[in-house]
Design a protein around this ligand. Structure first.
Ligand code: ATP
Length: 607
């Protein structure tokens, strides 16, 4: 018996179900009304067969006078039942929508608070699948199945009492079916649950493939990957299809087996009932009522077994939903409780070591300090760990060893607001929302005026371009900002960063997509900003940071030099290499231009 119990609903499952009902707490009143009307409907359902039974009995005794009154009762019961059904359904719909709304909002806000590591480990599809698929499954289960199971359990209890009152022997025969239904319920339950878990995992992958295909559509077309992409899509959809078929067949099999058991039981009840009537130990009225009640009773038992697949599915969804809400699967993002309004001192990295998932050290014994209102540059080869330094400074990840101090306070002790209020970042591939240019700017600083927005756009040389657009500052930026060039996106991101007016600005290859002229002009703008802000720049364009107050040279996660451009070019081999490499590239570029111009000149002369 214990074995069955364990397979059907474990302690953890019960906790999950209780947690779901915690969401019902704010809507206690509605839930109560819904339950009351459910009970009323069940009770009216008990009255009806009794009236029918007595009508049949009146017919048998040729008492036609009483039949008319009984038909009136039947009509009243029917009207009461219909009204109750409406009130019950009305409350049920509102309740289930309220519940799924609360779950969704809770899950979304929890998701936003998850640490960056979680997003490295899990693909976007998994989050979409949990938010969309699981909540949908759950809301439909709360709306229909969990509610139906409550109704069925209530029916089993109430009708159970009534049939025992009518005839104990017949009731035991009806009940005899229960162990078989229960075995069916338990055996199929585990199978259904496993398949459900597999479907959910496949759905995570499905959403991920879909999302990647839509985002990378240009890449798919340009590289001729349409066929490969279709094969991947077909493959995952086929796997889902087979699992769905399997789950439906297993569910149906469980239903058919319990139906057969119940049907055989019904036959025995009818045969014995007729025997009792012939012996005058049971009236026709109660026999008819009994057959109807036992039918409903058995039906509720079957429904409970049929609903098994849905409960198992709900439990899988509940595990995934609460897994995210409670951060069981994911650690919670941590912040401290110290606030800083304005930054008065430096940023310090003290012996910082860091690795992402595995044990491969990305940053090794990083020590440097950035003085207030100075321009500091971080340079180094690809993968040397430059962006990782920004990630740590933004508290997206925590160092494994050492400390990062802002104004002498460890950033782990700062509130999230203190960090976000004081630091802005412009990424190499900035993200802009699918809103108008003005609305994007307002997101950066809701208090900014139209004049301020225009001013910063002028500073990044975007104003003229924007004014040339049909809707000027109200032009909506497409999803993925595909109606803007890479350089334009970076300029807008820079303008947004300026609007935020934070004392610390981080620029991660923020001008990499701009042409040489824009890059030169913007770097002038950055020099100006750094007069009253602390600016840290990551760049491969070393000529842009020749005037930086400090340049930090990174190599394979270690700092191999710090100082001014003049100092490093004389004393630092890595920096010299980087610089001469860039110079070589520039020279090659120049030579190519000269060659092109010369050959154009020659061909003109030839003509
Ligand atoms: N989220 C992550 N999870 C695991 N490893 C990462 C992650 N981000 C970066 N890395 C690894 O950390 C190392 C340093 O990456 P980082 O982006 O800091 O280098 P970078 O110097 O900024 O490079 P680039 O100049 O190419 O932008 C790389 O080997 C990279 O593969």
């Amino acid at each position: 018996m214990y074995k069955f119990k364990k397979k059907f609903l474990s302690k953890n499952d019960v906790t999950l179900l209780k947690r779901t009902f915690n969401y019902v707490k704010p809507y206690k009143m509605r839930f109560f009304i819904f339950l009351m009307f459910t009970i009323i409907i069940i009770l009216l359902g008990i009255v009806q067969p009794l009236i029918w039974g007595s009508i049949v009995q009146c017919l048998a005794y040729k008492d036609y006078k009483s039949i008319f009154n009984k038909l009136i009762y039947l009509l009243v019961v029917f009207l009461l039942e219909s009204t109750s059904q409406f009130v019950k359904n009305y409350n049920q719909t509102i309740l289930s929508n309220d519940l799924s709304y609360d779950l969704k909002v809770d899950m979304y806000s929890k998701m936003l608070n998850l640490p960056m590591k979680v997003f490295d480990r899990n693909n976007v599809g998994e989050f979409i699948s949990r938010l969309q698929g699981d909540i949908f499954t759950l809301s439909s289960i709360i709306t229909n199945d969990l509610v139906n199971i409550i109704i069925d359990i209530l029916k089993i209890i109430v009708l159970g009492i009534v049939i025992f009152k009518i005839n104990i022997i017949l009731s035991f025969i009806v009940l005899a079916v229960f162990p078989f239904s229960y075995i069916c319920f338990v055996t199929f339950g585990k199978k259904l649950r496993n398949i459900n878990g597999e479907i959910k995992t496949l759905n995570d992958r499905y959403f991920s493939i879909l999302q990647q295909a839509l985002i990378g559509i240009k890449h798919i077309k340009a590289y001729g990957l349409k066929e490969k992409s279709c094969i991947n899509y077909k493959d995952i959809s086929k796997k889902i299809k087979y699992k769905e078929i399997k789950i439906s067949i297993t569910g149906n099999l469980s239903f058919v087996i319990s139906s057969i058991i119940n049907y055989l039981d019904d036959l025995i009840v009818i045969a014995l009932g007729i025997y009792f009537i012939s012996k005058n130990t049971l009236s026709i009225q109660y026999f008819i009522a009994f057959v109807s009640y036992s039918g409903q009773f058995s039906q509720s038992l079957i429904s409970v077994t049929k609903i098994n697949s849905n409960i198992q599915e709900a439990l899988v969804s509940l595990e995934r939903i609460f897994g995210l809400i409670d951060n069981i699967d994911f650690p919670k993002e941590k912040f401290g409780d110290k606030c800083i309004e304005n930054i008065y001192r430096d940023i310090e990295f003290q012996s910082v070591e860091f690795s992402y998932e595995n044990n491969k050290k990305i940053l090794k014994n990083i020590k440097f300090n950035v003085q207030k209102n100075q321009l500091t540059a971080i340079v180094g080869r690809n993968g040397s760990g430059k962006s990782t330094i920004f990630n740590l400074l933004l508290n997206f990840y925590k160092p494994n060893h050492g400390e990062i101090l802002i104004d002498g306070i460890d950033i782990r002790d700062l509130t999230e607001e203190s960090i976000r209020k004081n630091i802005s970042i412009v990424q190499q591939q900035p993200f802009l929302f699918n809103l108008s240019i003005k609305e994007n700017m307002k997101l950066a600083n809701p208090k900014s005026t139209e004049e301020e927005i225009e001013q910063v756009c002028k500073q990044v040389f975007m104003h003229e371009y924007i004014m040339g657009l049909d809707e000027e500052y109200d032009t909506v930026i497409n999803e993925e900002a595909s109606n803007l060039s890479g350089g334009q996106k970076q300029r807008l991101a820079l303008a947004m960063c300026m609007l935020r007016k934070t004392p610390i600005i981080l620029l991660d290859e923020a001008t990499a997509a701009m042409d040489a002229e824009a890059e030169y002009l913007i770097s002038e703008a950055i020099n100006n900003i750094s007069k009253d802000r602390t600016v840290i720049v990551i760049t491969h364009n070393l000529s842009m940071i020749r005037n930086a107050d400090k340049i930090i040279v990174l190599d394979e996660g270690k700092i191999v030099g710090q100082g001014s451009h003049e100092y490093l070019i004389k004393n630092n081999l890595v920096y010299k290499d980087l610089y001469s490499h860039e110079f070589d590239l520039l020279r090659e570029d120049m030579e190519l231009k000269v060659l092109a111009e010369t050959s154009a000149g020659v061909s003109k002369d030839d003509k």
